[in-house]
Design a protein around this ligand. Sequence first.
Ligand code: HEC
Length: 195
Amino acid sequence: MNSGLRKNAALSALVAACIALASCNQASDSTGADSSEADQNEATAEKAGDPTPVETPVTKYVNDRQALFDFLNKGEYKAFPVHDERHASTGPHTDVVVYYNQVVADSIRAGNAEHPAGSMIVKEQYKPGESNLYGWSVSIKTHEAGNAGKGWYWIEFLDKNDIANTYPKAPGNGVPECAACHTLGKDLVRSSLPQ
Ligand code: HEC
């Protein structure tokens, strides 16, 4: 009796699955009628859905923290084409100097709503009244879509002599503690380029 019931339940689950599958097929058939529109929809969905990281010259830093730490410690970001002057942060970042790579500087100047993958911003951090910098906040655009911060990789080194001393809730893509404030900016960038 029990096993009969179970069989029935299994059978009706199977039937339900078949019906669902059939209607899915039907749905995809009907969108297939206009394939260019379907392609477009798919591209938009992919962009919004934050699919895969884009290979760019700065993507390597997301996967190689030592390389990023060395890049910062050697001051190589100072070759970025644009930076502002030291100023008190309006965020939680003490005194700061912000460096923009070419990709993001061009995109901000163009007024783009979203910056391309390969954008990188490095923010030097200083304790007020002290001249030596102690750490860096970094944002790297890994995807074309900002996607509420998920398209950006966030990391903050709190000690320039200790690679392990990072902001505890970062690094990563879409770190809520970073993204929460940064969503107020255009594609999550809060700073303005120096004039
Ligand atoms: C309380 C709000 C707030 C939080 C939380 C926050 N930021 Fe910021 N951040 C700002 C503001 C405001 C700026 C604009 C420049 C300034 O005044 O410091 C900024 C600037 C930056 C910049 C320079 C590029 C830009 O977007 O302007 C980087 C890089 C950065 N933050 C990284 C981070 C990282 C990484 C985290 C998380 C560990 C984080 N921020 C968390 C408010 C915040």
